[in-house]
Design a protein around this ligand. Structure first.
Ligand code: AHG
Ligand code: MN
Ligand code: MN
Length: 333
């Protein structure tokens, strides 16, 4: 079998479809290289002294894990000097990170959740990295947070890496979704799945059911109806999965369908949901839509939400199209 590397895929995509400008290609390669470094650190585990908690909190008041901080640093360092970026923003940093003056400034802006699924780090369950790429607004001189306030439909690329039994990289530049597997011996990303498609129907859902008492009525109704099984209104049995790493749950859905939900709930009314629009919901929604799925915040298309804050949180419903449409309809009724 002839192997296609990430580099070859990107070069051919640029040549054939003109969908990937040279600077964006460099950006993706640099992010992919950083993910390789993170994957290597994750794989060392206790031997690399990367497990456990740091003594710091991030902007969301979450205790940071050592690997949250390390992954953030790896991504920052890898992306600073290439000349392809104007600024970066991360779940783990309070404010944006403009490219230092000593390096040339590029036209893209990179956002990331450096380590998704932090609660799974120390128990050897799949975790990952999520990233999103925006274009700097025309005429931008010094990047500010305001320049990042672009709806998800403005993303020019998005992707995630899963550090699991295999390390994989899933990528979209707006022309379908492809998956690359890390060849650990060669240190290269090899194209292993072309044009991933999420089936429109499913019998599998993912939600943290321990929060059920805090849900809003449309979510309770939707989940109850699935749990009623073959004799209930849905007329079929459903299965449930919850990995507690969004990357791993979304990767399962890209491979065999399903719906992933992290609804807003009554615990913290001023924080609608847990997941972050800019680092988690938007990149995943771009990927899911590119694979034929759907994504909403329960009421509207995720990618059309106009952000107002860098660390904004949103309710998330994404995956198999018909299921996302149903739960969204329940919110509208
Ligand atoms: P992060 O580790 O980046 O903070 O994100 C964790 C997120 C997401 O990956 C996962 O789906 C969800 O939090 C799990 O939340 P619960 O612990 O409430 O199940
Ligand atoms: Mn996350
Ligand atoms: Mn994270």
């Amino acid at each position: 079998m002839k192997r296609v590397s990430l580099t070859q895929y990107l070069v051919e995509e640029q040549r054939l479809n003109n969908s990937i400008p040279a600077e964006l290609r460099l950006l993706i390669e640099v992010v992919a290289r950083a993910c390789k470094t993170i994957s290597h650190a994750v794989g060392k585990g206790a031997l690399g002294e990367v497990l456990g908690t740091a003594s710091t909190e991030n902007i969301q008041g979450e205790v940071q894990k050592k690997l949250d901080i390390l992954s953030n640093e790896i991504l920052l360092e890898a992306n600073e000097w290439g000349g392809h970026l104007a600024a970066m923003a991360s779940e783990e940093m309070e404010s944006i990170h403009p490219i230092p003056n000593r390096y040339p400034m590029g036209e893209y802006m990179l956002l990331f959740d450096p380590l998704d699924g932090s609660s799974n780090i120390d128990v050897n369950v799949s975790i990952g990295t999520i990233f999103s790429v925006l274009k700097a607004p025309d005429g931008m001189a010094t990047p500010t947070e305001k320049d990042f306030m672009q709806a998800g439909n403005k993303q020019v690329a998005a992707g995630y890496a899963v550090y699991g039994p295999q390390t994989v990289l899933v990528l979209t530049t707006g022309n379908g979704v492809n998956c690359f597997t890390l060849d650990r011996e060669m240190g290269s990303w090899v194209l292993t799945q072309r044009n991933m498609q999420i089936p429109p129907d499913t019998k599998e859902y993912a939600i943290n059911a321990s929060n059920a008492r805090h849900w809003q009525p449309p979510v309770t109704r939707y989940v109850n109806e699935m749990q009623a099984g073959v004799t209930g209104p849905r007329g079929k049995d459903f299965n449930m999965r919850w990995i507690a790493s969004m990357v791993a749950d979304v990767h399962r859905i890209l491979n065999r369908g399903g719906i992933f939900m992290y609804p807003a709930d009554a615990r913290e009314p001023d924080k609608p949901g847990k997941l972050r629009l800019m680092y988690e919901a938007n990149p995943m929604s771009f990927i899911v839509e590119q694979a034929g799925g759907a994504s909403t915040d329960g009421r509207q298309r995720m990618l059309d939400i106009q952000p107002t804050k860098l660390h904004q949180r949103v309710p998330v419903f994404l995956g198999s199209k018909n299921e996302v449409e149903l739960v969204t309809r329940y919110h509208q009724e």
